[in-house]
Ligand binder design. Sequence first.
Ligand SMILES: [Mg+2]
Length: 411
Amino acid sequence: MSAKIIKAEVFVTSPSRNFVTLRLTTDDGVIGIGDATLNGRELAVATYLQEHVAQLMVGRDSRNIEDTWQFLYRAAYWRRGPVTMAAIAAVDMALWDIKGKMAGMPVYQLLGGASRTGCRAYGHASGTDTESLFDSIRYEMELGYKSIRVQTSVPGIEKLYGVAAQSQSSGERYDFEPANRGDWPVEEDWDTRAYLRHIPTVFESVRNEFGPELPLLHDGHHRMTPREAAQLGKSLEPYDLYWLEDCTPAENQENLRYVRSQTTTPLAIGEVFNSVFDIKDLIQEQLIDYVRCASTHFGGISPLKKVMNFAEMYGIKSGFHGPTDVSPVGFAAQLHLGLSIHNYGLQEYMPHSDLTKQVFHESLSFEDGYLHPGDAPGLGVEFDPEAAEKFPYAQAYLPYNRLADGTVHNW
Ligand SMILES: [Mg+2]
């Protein structure tokens, strides 16, 4: 068995939404797949892989995962960035997939074996008013979710992130896929003061209705300044959140110092990060509680495992980003990692659409609120290129925000 890579192919497909998939084939006929999807900028990564990486893969020993990762990261000279790191992630996942298939083991066994029987997942509830929000929470609980993210409309804001009742031209649920197909992003609006006034009243009513036990989460989507984030964190303390996500932009990691000093509400951050250097200070200074990074945007399983091992020393747990733009391949990759690490926290989970499942055949299970990646060798996801061909790429953009005076704001 020489395990040499003889073919590297890139597939772009759009079953409900766009996905970029890398497929590596070895001379022994073993196939590995990886996720390189960067929502709204998919073709940049597809081109990076096709034009700059594919030819470097041919002839390499597929068994040398760490060496290949370091080669792609360091030999490019231009390090980091979402496009580069999504491309490297796809290679890394595909190599873990191959190694698992060669060993006849699921990837989590290669990562140290299972540390738990299943990975607890959280569902997404949202509503335009209290009644529809309560209905949505009950629905998620009936599906088995034992932790719920709560997003609602805010009086004074017309179109708002994460509220499912808003329609998309694609027909997809907004919170499942906010990227809208077309050649221009949808404009939304934002008013921080209206938001800060309204959200505590929402959590008060949810706690009154559902009691103190149910773990509740909320996503601030990078829209507040550190002081505003501190205000929200403080005002939500009586409602005992499981976490407050992306309370403020974290390109400047110092932003979290002020928030942390002002509130005990647990903080989760990292879905837009693509390197350990983006989160190093946040972990080392214990400024967050949960790592939100996703395998696909963070360079794959290998670097995410390193970060979680680093975070373990500081009592910080995982909360990997898991919307539907992380493909079933990327999702499986982080599920294998989540099952194996000691400091697992919670996994965001949105089941992929039936169309997506026609292209990607998953082996994961979701029962009674817990996910398991399954015991198929490798990542446990099969990619069907013929089915993929039926769904050609369709341009789509994530929305953007403007304030009342026309200023562009964080979406
Ligand atoms: Mg988020």
